[in-house]
Design a binder for this molecule. Structure first.
Ligand code: AHR
Length: 655
């Protein structure tokens, strides 16, 4: 029984409810949505090994670089490009070298090659060598097969003068017309040995980008960004996750090292076992938000790192200063020090930031109380219009794992909010339909918001019933299954039912490179070859819920279990959306009684008889939404004769 016409029963939906959680995990950034094709581009850091190898992040490496022909390569630490990028590669061409010489980069487990314009650059010099000062050299760059002798595209920079005192940047484009049959391709820089035999050149910061999402320089891998964009995301939570915290205070995400020219960004050992270039830095995140019309939920480092070290209270002023400078960089006008820097880097207008998250999962620390008490009032005073989200509340709801003796409750501030995380089993989520219904009343909150910044079915149900975050990994599904999507769907209903409380929610983690990962399951699984990207069952669940948003929830009465639902109207179009999750294993006949007429019905379902069905690299399309047809839909004869507006049913079901 559906009441759509009585506006006194309408509740405004949360406009940005469904969003994206992004941190660099599982090579989601470098080697993922950050479109850079060159791996280890400045010889700064590696651990770009395969899944069979232990993950040991390390600095200063020639990993992923291979000499061509009569070329010797060596890591060089004496010819820095910049303070941030001190390493280079010495390419030595012996006096008796012949043929083509140079180096190639094997990328992040290959490179997808398709018709488009690639844009690249590298820095090169011949410091202290005998290279004749007035001499010039032809330099050829190409994309080539790693399996055959095919060269897909190349261009030659003729008569280039390689400086003998300082680096110069060589810029080029590759206009490619072919599609390589697979992603086992490399990028090469070569010379004719007859021109360079006997010389040593130093190479630094090499970069190659395909066309990016919305054409942003230094931008996003198009196909992955488009998969995100298709989710109509309302917000982006970034840059962590654990990755903002760092494995130690020294290794935290330092916003000020992620801005400006790439040669000024040192990168860091990320939390998840590999080098982060920070090419995808603070401004790239905020530009990403603008390009997808989302708001940022910007996480700031709050003085706690994953080795359980916390800034002591007497040093918290340093943490506060770091955050205030970051916010000035994002929001200050150009008369401020950091606002001017932002303008210098290409964005004179302040960014639009309305949510800031103070830390990440601080329930793992015992020090959040003093850190938040120090930070929150000062930040709120400086930015009264920002809603600051805390990451620890109490031990009962959504975790509270630190062993702090009697346990800690960190009250949620009026005007603030709490980011609760849930990595759970399907059966946990089956009980969450009413999870948030009484939260405010029971806890006497009046003006708070709940962010569900990370949630997903992390583990399938087992006889023990509890979630095991460590081994054995086998109980964590490699890919989200339909049963995962159903559980997550119930949790999404719980949020949609409480739109003034739960305002933002994001599945996590969102992206996984199949070649190196430490966490499953993820929403999208990809590799270098674009047409092998897996849009998982959970992705499609997000897609269904987020694409049928509506402006107001309306009352829908009926018998719950196995069906659960929420009904939403769209005020401007008059459409009504009924989102149903069937938690049973059978088809349930439905009769819809409306208080007014609807003239047409269509429906989309994510459905299978097998609750464990999943999309994978071996079967990309095992489970996808499909339109309901014929007798699956309420028939026109069943609709009232005064029908006037459309209704859409969305369901996910194991039936
Ligand atoms: O999503 C993976 C990790 O899970 C996040 O980095 C962290 O916040 C949570 O524990």
């Amino acid at each position: 029984s559906i009441t759509t016409q009585d506006k006194s029963k309408w509740n405004a939906t949360a406009p940005n409810l469904y969003g994206l959680m992004f941190e660099d995990i599982d090579h989601s950034g470098d080697g993922g949505i950050y479109a850079e094709l060159i791996a280890n581009r400045a010889f700064s850091g590696g651990a770009i090994t395969g899944n069979d190898n232990p993950i040991e992040p390390y600095q200063s490496t020639l990993d992923r670089w291979v000499p061509i022909g009569d070329t010797q390569i060596a890591l060089d630490l004496y010819h820095p490009l910049s303070d941030a990028l001190p390493n280079s590669m010495a390419m030595t061409f012996p006096a008796n070298a012949t043929g083509r010489v140079g180096v190639l980069n094997t990328g992040f487990w290959g490179m997808d090659v398709s018709p488009q314009t690639y844009t690249g650059s590298f820095w090169i010099n011949a410091v202290n060598q005998t290279y004749p000062p007035n001499n010039t050299t032809d330099i050829t760059v190409d994309l080539r097969s790693n399996l055959t002798s095919d060269i897909w595209v190349n261009t030659t920079i003729s008569n280039y003068h390689i400086g003998t005192f300082r680096y110069s940047q060589v810029n080029f484009t590759l206009e490619n017309n072919v599609t390589a049959p697979n992603a086992n391709n490399t990028f090469a820089i070569t010379f004719d040995a007859s021109q360079v035999a006997g010389q040593t050149f130093y190479l630094s910061l090499t970069s190659l980008f395909p066309e990016t999402f919305k054409g942003r320089p230094n931008g996003l891998r198009k196909d992955l960004a488009e998969a995100f964009y298709d989710l109509k995301p309302g917000f982006l939570r970034c840059p962590g996750g654990n990755n903002i915290e760092g494995n130690s205070i020294a290794q935290r995400w330092k916003w000020y090292e992620t801005i400006g020219p790439l040669e000024n960004r040192p990168g860091r050992i990320g939390t998840w076992g590999y080098w982060n270039t920070d090419g995808l830095g603070l401004m790239e995140y905020l530009d990403w938000c603008e390009d997808m019309e989302m708001i940022p939920l910007l996480a700031v480092y709050d003085g706690y790192s994953l080795d359980h070290t916390s800034y002591p209270l007497e040093f918290m002023d340093e943490v506060l200063d770091e955050i205030l400078a970051e916010l000035e960089f994002c929001l200050g006008d150009t008369s401020t020090k950091w606002g001017a820097k932002r303008a210098e880097y290409g964005h004179p207008e302040p960014y639009n930031i309305t949510y800031v998250e103070i830390g990440n999962e601080d329930m793992f620390s015992c020090t959040y109380t003093y850190r938040l008490n120090y930070l929150y009032p000062a930040l709120k005073k400086a930015y009264p219009n920002i809603r600051f989200i805390q990451t620890q509340y109490n031990e009962n709801a959504g975790g509270g794992y630190a062993d702090c003796g009697e346990g800690i409750t960190v009250p949620i501030r009026d005007g603030g909010g709490w980011d609760a995380h849930h990595y759970e089993t399907p059966s946990f989520y089956l009980d969450t339909f009413n999870y948030w219904d009484n939260f405010e009343a029971e806890n006497n909150f009046t003006d708070i918001e709940i962010v569900l910044g990370e949630y997903s079915v992390f583990q399938l149900d087992t006889s023990t019933g509890y979630v095991n975050y460590s081994d054995p990994p086998e109980i964590h599904p490699a890919y989200p299954e339909l049963i995962s999507a159903i559980g997550e769907g119930i949790y999404m209903l719980s949020a949609e039912r409480n739109p003034s409380l739960v305002t933002l929610m994001s599945y996590a983690p969102s992206l996984q490179n199949l070649n190196l990962y430490v966490w499953t399951p993820n929403m999208i699984v990809f590799q270098a070859q674009h047409n092998l990207t897996v849009l998982t069952a959970s992705y499609w669940q997000q897609h269904l819920f987020a694409n049928f948003r509506g402006t107001h929830t309306v009352p829908v009465e009926g018998e719950l279990n196995p069906l659960y639902w929420v009904g939403v109207v769209d005020e401007s179009s008059g459409a009504f959306y009924l989102k149903i999750v069937n938690t049973g294993n059978q088809t349930v006949p439905l009769t819809l009684n409306f208080d007014s007429g609807y003239y047409s019905v269509n429906g989309t379902t994510l459905q299978s008889e097998d609750p464990n069905v999943y999309n994978s690299v071996d079967n990309l399309h095992a489970i996808e939404p499909r339109m309901l047809t014929g007798s699956e839909l309420p028939q026109p004869g069943n609709l009232p004769s005064n029908a006037t507006t459309p209704v859409t049913m969305v369901s996910s079901s194991a039936a």
